[in-house]
Design a protein around this ligand. Structure first.
Ligand code: NA7
Length: 540
């Protein structure tokens, strides 16, 4: 019994929630620096978003040679990616390789969900409790819960009546879902659906896509990686990483970025340029002109080009019309695909525009819309995530004076640097709201945050400080800064998950910060000025 108490109540230096790429590196780096760390993870394995998103066709939209850790030269040299964009199984294999290589699992509690984290003002320590009964007390508390890990499932009447199988792309069962010969319905046409639809259509008998907002997607042009390109990149991997680190989204330094306004180009040049980006594939399509995401009248040209492609690809004009988006291109995250629009030429694929014919309820047999009824055996929710804040707010986090993070953020998330929140001393978030996060190559952002946080913890010890806490004025200035930058662009102009607009009742706040290099400079400056914008309390 005594042993059980010891096992369940641990005292560590740092407790980390989540064993995705953020939690894994946080553990590795802090442990190397001599700290005792406990990581708590709800899944049965490492990988975070790549552990949960096992839906057919799941693939990263950042190129594999970039979407990987750079902190260890041997690791980046030894790991072999096979495709331009890695599929989920390969990324998960990579995460497991990292966990093995650095012996991470011994400090991770799997199958354990953190329920609460409370700051004790007498001891200046966090007490973190979980559903397994495990309780960890630590000086520092790090939320490494990921930006896209809390699934958003719309509340639909009648769901309990449905006799078939219900799955969410973001919580796809490990054992898979047998879709062969089945009638499948998929709700949503975001990135997950766009990736899944072509694969599922080939497997199932009939696929009905329930679309609320049509989606812009450009071809991924995924392919096997050329060994010569891999060798050349690995021969100068450090330089390659440094060049990407200096890019606005921390990626794609090898690709051109036009400095020209689309208005300056002739119609012929525009057509040639868009066509060439379309042919090379990837989200960099938006780089074809400098002002596409800044000016609505410029954006129209790119949107019109993609709409013309839809018209060319989709043979049924009515289907093409329904698939053609009207909003600003790139405002919702631009999706990349492998045969998405083409899939709607298949006889077994049907499209229901639920903005015209609203979903009324789920029935025992399928979905009832205002005008029709659809029978399905499997209902897939590809309805996205309560992005950036969902997983943080799921934990009952309480800072000074029992202040709850849910109350603190009741009008939307407010942070300093996306790392820290006033009232919550010694708590850090990796890629939290207000940091570049989802507008960058996530792994690069994660590494930058992990290194900043661990260096901060080491500095606290070197300088004999016990707590660090963002000031309210630093937070206010930071929130204004994030908003001011976003409002110079077209990003806030549509109902995207960047704004929280996809979750009913969520306050609309543009959450990620645009511009990685400026952000890094600011973080470095804050640290070099003895953590300017933070209140520091010295050890007695
Ligand atoms: P997204 O991009 O948030 O897409 C969710 C989709 O689900 C989108 O088409 C939504 O339509 C649709 N949706 C959400 N709720 C409903 C309801 N109630 N009825 C009908 N349709 C609905 O999530 P993903 O998982 O595809 O991608 C998230 C990110 O993961 C992606 O950007 C990549 O970074 C990886 P809406 O557009 O809101 O009208």
């Amino acid at each position: 019994m005594a042993q059980k108490v010891l096992q369940d109540e641990q005292e560590k230096d740092v407790v980390v929630v989540g064993a995705g790429f953020a939690g894994m590196y946080m553990l590795h780096r802090l442990r190397k620096m001599g700290y005792e760390v406990r990581v708590i993870e709800a899944g049965s394995g490492v990988g975070g978003t790549w552990y949960w998103n096992r839906y057919p066709g799941a693939r990263c939209d950042v190129e594999s040679l970039e979407y990987s850790y750079s902190f260890d030269e041997a690791l980046q040299q030894e790991w072999e990616w096979t495709e331009r964009y890695s599929g989920q199984p390969e990324i998960l294999k990579y995460a497991n390789h990292v966990a093995d290589r650095f012996d991470l699992r011994k400090d991770i509690s799997f199958n354990t969900r953190v329920l609460s984290a409370v700051f004790n003002e007498t001891t200046d320590k966090w007490v973190v409790e979980s559903d397994s009964g495990e309780s960890v007390t630590a000086r520092f508390f790090v939320m490494a819960t990921g930006c896209l890990s809390s699934t958003n499932t719309p509340d639909m009447d009648g769901i309990e009546d449905f006799r078939g199988e219900v799955v969410h792309t973001g919580q796809w069962p490990k054992e898979g879902v047998d879709l062969a010969g089945k009638r499948v319905g998929i709700i949503g046409t975001g990135s997950s659906a766009v990736q899944a639809i072509p694969v599922i259509a080939r497997e199932c008998a009939e696929l009905t896509v329930f679309q609320r907002t049509a989606q812009y997607t450009v071809p991924a042009r995924n392919e096997k990686l050329d060994p010569v390109r891999v060798r050349e990149t690995k021969d100068r991997y450090k330089e390659f990483r440094d060049e990407n680190f200096a890019m606005p989204a921390a990626l794609g330094a090898n690709l051109p970025q036009s400095k020209e306004s689309v208005h300056e180009a002739s119609a012929e040049d525009r057509a040639t340029s868009f066509e060439s980006w379309w042919e090379s594939g990837g989200t960099s399509f938006m780089r074809s002109y400098a002002d596409l995401i800044l000016d609505e009248s410029a954006n129209v040209y790119a949107a019109e080009f993609v709409r013309s492609k839809i018209e060319d690809i989709v043979t049924d004009p009515e289907m093409a019309r329904k698939l053609s988006p009207e909003h600003i291109i790139g405002c919702k995250r631009l999706v990349i695909d492998s045969g998405y629009y083409e899939t709607f030429n298949r006889p077994n694929v049907h499209l229901v525009d639920v903005s015209e014919d609203n979903i009324e309820r789920v029935t025992s047999e399928g979905l009832k819309t205002a005008d029709n009824a659809y029978e399905v055996d499997v209902l897939i929710f590809a309805t996205g995530f309560d992005a950036m804040t969902g997983s943080i707010l799921k934990v009952d986090i309480r800072g000074r004076s029992n202040l709850s993070i849910r109350d603190k953020w009741s009008a939307g998330p407010r942070t300093y640097l996306g790392l820290s929140v006033p009232g919550f001393p010694n708590m850090f978030m990796v890629s939290g709201p207000g940091s570049p996060s989802v507008l960058t190559n996530m792994i690069v952002s994660i590494q930058q945050h992990v290194e900043w946080i661990s260096d901060c913890i080491a500095w606290m010890d070197e300088t004999a400080h016990k707590t660090i806490e963002a000031t309210v004025s630093a937070e206010t200035d930071w929130v204004e800064h994030v908003n001011a930058i976003a409002h110079k662009t077209l990003f806030p102009s549509c109902n995207s998950w960047y704004l929280g607009a996809n979750v009913p009742g969520k306050t609309r706040v543009f959450m990620p910060l645009l511009g990685f290099p400026g952000y890094v400079r600011r973080c470095d400056k804050v640290a070099s000025e003895n953590y300017d914008g933070f209140t520091l309390v010295a050890n007695r």
